[in-house]
Structures are given as C-alpha cells and as structure tokens.
Design a binder for this molecule. Sequence first.
Ligand code: PEP
Ligand code: MG
Length: 907
Amino acid sequence: MSDKYVYSFGGGEAEGSADMKNLLGGKGANLAEMNRIGVPVPAGFTITTEVCTNWYKDGVEATVAAIKPQVEEGVKKIEIVMGAPFGDKENPLLLSVRSGARVSMPGMMDTVLNLGMNEDAVKGLSKKTNNPRFVWDSYRRFVQMYGDVVLGMKPESKEDIDPFEEIMDQVKEEKGVENDTELTTEDLKALVDRFKAAVKKVTGHDFPTDPWDQLWGAIGAVFGSWNNDRAIVYRRLNGIPGDWGTAVNVQAMVYGNMGDHSATGVAFTRDAATGEDLFNGEYLINAQGEDVVAGVRTPQQISLEGSKRWAVLAEVSEEERAKNYPSLEEAMPEVYKQLVEVETALENHYKDMQDLEFTIQEGRLWLLQTRTGKRTGEAMVNIAIEMLEQGMIDEKTAIKRIEPNKLDELLHPIFDTDALQKATVLAKGLPASPGAATGKMVFFADEAVEWKAKGEEVVLVRIETSPEDLAGMDAANGILTARGGMTSHAAVVARGMGKCCVSGAGAVKINYRTRIMTIDGKEFKEGDWISLNGSTGQVYDGKIDTKDPELSGNFAKLMELCEKHAKMLVRTNADTPHDSSVAREFGARGIGLCRTEHMFFEGERIKAVREMILAEDEEGRRKALEKILPYQREDFEGIFKAMDGLPVTIRLLDPPLHEFVPHEEKNQAEMAQEMGITPEAVKAKVEDLAEFNPMLGHRGCRLGNTYPEITEMQTRAIIEAALNCKAKGIKAVPEIMVPLIGTKAELDLQNEIIRSTADKVFSEKGDKVEYMVGTMIEIPRAALTADNIAETAEFFSFGTNDLTQMTFGYSRDDAGKFLPVYLDKNILKVDPFQVLDQEGVGQLVQLGTERGRSTRPNLKVGICGEHGGEPSSVKFCARVGMNYVSCSPFRVPIARVAAAQAAIEAE
Ligand code: PEP
Ligand code: MG
C-alpha cells in the first residue's frame, strides 16, 4: 500500500486519471479525467479507497493521523485554485464531501454539502454575494444534511417523517406558505435556530461550528456509510465485494441556487430507458442537486425535443409547458450549447453513454460528475449496436458491453394486448423503467420482502422511494411512486435493476397510516391487485395477463455478432415441442437435456406410469410400459421435428419412482379401481417406495438397471420416433443419455440394453438412423473415473445440479433451510446451485473433461445443470473446453453472449 492517500484535481490539472478507479473510485477517477480533457470541474481532491479499508482495519485515530497532512495540503490547493480560504470570514471556501466507490452505488452512501458554514461564514458570504437569502438557505441545508448524515438525526420509525422535514413543515404552516422558496431570509434564520436546537436536544451537543471539525466529521461519516444497511444490501444484490471500500471526494461547492441565472441538473448522453441517441435530462432553476432527485419540485427537461415529449406524456399543454416548464435549451441557450459540447466531448472520450451531473452558477457551467450511465436491457443492446454502427466501438467491444443477465429484461413477458384493452387505467405517471408488472399492493419495503417470501406477487407503492427501500424494490414485481421524475431514486434504481417502474403519478394519494391509496376519490387497500406499464407510465386496476415479448432488430444483430465470435455452442433444456421451438428462435443449437419424465404427468399418461410402478412383476410392468410407448414416441417425434436436424439429447428416466405415485387416499382408490387391486395394496406399495433420502436412492440408471424393460421401452420410443421422422423427410439426431452413473459397469449394462433394443427396432423396420449413447457426469466418482467411463460413453454432459449436491453434501431439496443463513454470514459468497463453484465442483468438471478426453479425444462434452445459463459458469465451461452449454430456453441468449465474451476474453 502506498503512502499517497490524497489525489488533487482542479484548474485543468489532476494527479489521478480515469484508469485509477480501484484506488480513486469511479467518481474520483472521472473528476480527475474531466480536468485532463478540459471539462470545467470545481477543484477538489479524492481520499483513496485504501484509506477506507484502513479506517475499518486500523481505526479512526490512526487513519486520521496518517492522512491529515495530505488532506490539509489538498484543502490548500483548492483554496488556491478557487481563490477562497477555508474558514475565512470574508470569503470562505465551502466544500462538498461525497462518497465514490469503484462501481457506482447510486444513493447508497452519504453526502454532505455546503460544509464550512457557520455564523461567520454566513455574514461574509451575505456581504460578498449580496444575497443573504441564498446564504441562509445554504446554511439551513447544511445543518439539515450534516444533522442527518453525520449526527444521525433520522426518523424514529418507518411511519415517522424526517425530524428536519417536520420542523420545516411546521414553519411553512406558521408562515402560511407551500414551498420552501417562499420562506424569507428571516424565516430561514429562525429555521436554522430551530434545527440547531433540535440537534442539541437529540444529541446533547451543540452543532459544530469549526470548519475543520465539520470536515473530519463528514469524511468519517462517508467512510462509515460504506457499511450502512442499504449499502450492504446493494453490494449483495450486485455482487460487489465488501473489502473494496469507498473513496471520499472533497470538492469546492458551486451553487445552482444563487438565483434565476443558476440551475442544477442531471443528463444522459443517450436515452437510458430506450437507448435512443438523444441527449436528455432534467434540471431545475435556482436549486441544488438534491432538489432534482427529491421529487418535490417538477424537474424540467434539458432539450426542447425532450421537453415536448415530456409534455405529451404529462398531459401538459404546449402553452403551459413553454411558460412554466421551459427546457434549458429555451431558458439558457448559451449554457445549453456549452453543455451539448461537453456531453459530446465526454461521450466521444469515454465511448459509452454518460450520466452527467452539472450545476450552473450565475451563468457559468460546472460539471460535478460523469459516469457510465446505468441503462435498461433494451438500452444496453441498442446503445452497443448503434455505437458499433456509428463506428465508435468495434464488434468485440460491443459484445463486451452486454451484461448477459440484463438481457433477461428483454426476454420477459409484456402485457397481453387483449387483456390490456379490457383493463381500466387508474392513473398515469412517468414511464420510468420499461416492462410490465402486476401484483398486490404493499406500501412498505420490508413488507414487500415478507410478502414475496410467502409466495405473493407484489407491487411496491410509495410516495417516493429512498435507498432504504432497496430490498423491497428488489422483491417487488414493479414500483409505483406518487412523486419524482425520471431521475428520481425510484426511476434510477429500478432501471438499474431492470424492474418495471412508474414514477411521479401525481393522482395517486397514499396514506401510510391507513394503508390506503386513493385515486380520484376511489380507494385501494393494501393487498389489492394493480398493474403497471413501465413503458407508458400507465397504472391499471387489477391483475393483467402477460405474454412473451417481441425482440427488436438490434437484438437479432447482437445475436449474430455473438454467433460470429463464440466458439462454444448453446443448447437448451427442453421437454416439449413448444419449449424446443422457443429455444430455437433464441438460437439454441440443439437440445442438451430432455427430461423424459416431465412428459409423464401430461394428461392420461400418468395413469399408465403409475400402473407400471405399482405392478407386481416384470410382466405387469411391460404391460403398462406398452401403454406409455406411443405417448413417448409421439413426444419425441414432436421434439425431433421442432429441432429439425439439430442434435437432441434424451435422458432416460431419472427421478425416484416415489415421485410419480398417488399419495392421497382418493387418488389411491382411483388407481386401485383402474388396476383391479385393493386400495390397501396401492397404499402398501406407495409406502414401500418411500425412501429416507430419495435423491441418493433408487433413481437414475439404478432404475434402468433394476428394471431393464424401462430402458428398453424408452429406447424403442426414441428410435421409432427417429425412424418415423426419417420417413417424413425430417432428420432426427438422437443422443441417448444415461443418468446418474457412478461406475463404468452401470453405464455398460445400460449401453447394452440400448444398443440391442435399437438393433431390434432397426431390423423390425428395415431401416436405420445414427444415434449416440452417452452419460451424465453428476456423481463425483464418475468425474474421477471419467477415463474409464469414456471407453463406453460417446459424450458427457455434466449434471452440475447433482454434482454440486454431492460435492458439497448439500441436499438439493433441503438446502433452503440453511443456505440463506450461510449467504448472510458470508460462509458462502453465492448460492452454489445458481453459480458454479469453480473452486471445488469446477475441479471435478475440469478433471472429468480431461480424463474423458484422454481416452476419447473427440469426446463431446457439455453441461446441462442450471449453471448452463449463468454467465460466470458459462465462461468457466468455455475455458474448460466444452463443446456446448445447455440451459432453459429463456436463458439461451444470455448464454450465447457469455459464450462470445468467453471467446473474446480468451484471446
Ligand atoms: C443435474 O443434476 O444437473 C441435472 C441436469 O439433472 P436433474 O436436475 O434433472 O437432476
Ligand atoms: Mg441430475
């Protein structure tokens, strides 16, 4: 670790740069970089993320002692560039103190603005600016923010409002005004006194007046906020390690609230919701940054085009728009022009969509932040492909820009058009994050989490959201807020999560105490169903059916790119012709796992299956199997047809038989009648089949080896289906897969049965088809003896669900009781049933592949556990040299992107 803790920037120079994100955090690195490329940025310095780690490791005192000289030096440099001394009586320098981790964690950590304010500073600045109202307003904001962030003055319970807001509301009521802007200088002075008195009452101490005390308090609070509850939740949801730490950015204040020639805003170089190449954003005249996101005043649009579009959505007439909500382009044309130059320069420099924060102080533009903008899945695809077509990035960069899991948003259902036509629109808000959501209303984030855990579908309804609501937003299908614009907390966070959100639906009135939402006099209570369209902003009454989405042209272009760059194929796990067709549309290159037993439950066939299981002897089983044969053959024909020439891996019966038998008395009686035996006999057989640990019991190839007639019937169904297809001119490529083997002998016996049955069918039909026999590798012993097994197996497919179960010794069915605790306590970083444990289970996968290929160099190897659709696991499979991964149909595009990224990363 270096002994440089503080990096200064300002006046067009910087000690840091954009490639120092790990040390300076994203914000600090970009503030430095903006200085380097000539963008106007207020001077400041960044305290490194290493200091945050020390803060927790070495303690506050030792850390402060180590960094103090450099922080003092940093402040001195700001004083020189800005021409104002910190703590000066006439012309005091005021500072902002903000967090900034390696990756942005919007709103999760703390910020203090206007730091350095005290009675002396107020006097000096009032004289200097000749604007005492502005100065007192800044002072009251400082006391409020510092009180909240550093001194811990927060609401006591979730139903309470902020203690400072409460005082503010009282003062406004006393003065008979509605907005803060209507308070006079005298009112603001009184407000500051009341704020300070509240601080003294709650904390027992006077509000700090010494600027240096204030600065160290704020630095400590920002470092402390790295480990607040909401930051921890956010890190867990986004896989951000707890030991990264945050940097602290200390910067000269600039003011958007110095009057009507001042403003503040946020902007995106392209549309973060759709990806459209349109500079857009929101601003407020005479305001500070938090006013734009707080949702108290309605923010105005930056460009004229954006403003006109907003007016249509918000149902505001052109006349009213131009008068009350003019765009920045109209209100401050010169500054707007400069801002467009800056945004173009930044996008060209970073070659990605940027999310900017800016302030205009008395007509002068300052950039406070630039970062890679968060975007929806749709925008992610559109921006990557359009930047490629605009020649800004190359094909590989375009692929690398895709977060595979985010494609999920594009693949999820939208409202069924017919159902939507019949639905009643209750209200209209802003289309903050696209998609469709339906669920029962809940008003509190923690309750959204509880309801979801009970299996309910919920929509979180709030006046506005705050970072505390994160876990609840994640649990909800969608989010509706009564207040807030397109850059409100709810909107930004929902877009990041890819979650449907309607914000700022002004007609929605919410009473947290009674748990009632009122729209135009109509009441809706907690638990009532509502539906949201995050693409239009509409709020609907009741539950609305959804359907599969249609994919845009850029999505297809992306898939083509992936096809070109990936070396590993993607297949699908599908058990029905319908799923097979869906997966083909998404580009699946075959079926990697068809679980035959899934068809057993359809319609009448379960009866025949039960008959087979309940039969007393082989003869009885054969009789029942004959009934199942035509069903199976028909299913396989359907699938072969859907896959038309692509390989189809069909797995022989796997689950323990107990899963298929009737457990209820009524069903047992029905079955007894069907088979002409007594209900007692059925009951006895069902009890006989029960196992203590069925997942390690009589299942997998153990079934086919004890009851060879099952394997015979399934082989016959597969081969006959393939021959029938051939007769119709459809090419079928069956790969017969034996499940759950642990020894070569287990596979050998199954192989013999399969091959002799196939030969029999070929000679009966006088025709042949090509087929393969292979096995799943899902028992550790099979992976360890893979060289042996490959003597018989023509292909391997890693069943990493069972392999994970057996390597960890965690029961797939019972792990739910302790896995969440293990994740909470950090005993496990991720759920190994979702993300392949590369360190442990991965060794078996790698070793099994290598040993198998040592016997049979051209051995085809794939994976068909759930991990086959999880990006980090897919990349691992590519590195191991697998021929394909197989996953559920809707994850096929995700796996295709991950496979292409793996190939690019390997170069
Ligand atoms: C597996 O074990 O990974 C697998 C794909 O099989 P199943 O989930 O059906 O046991
Ligand atoms: Mg398995």
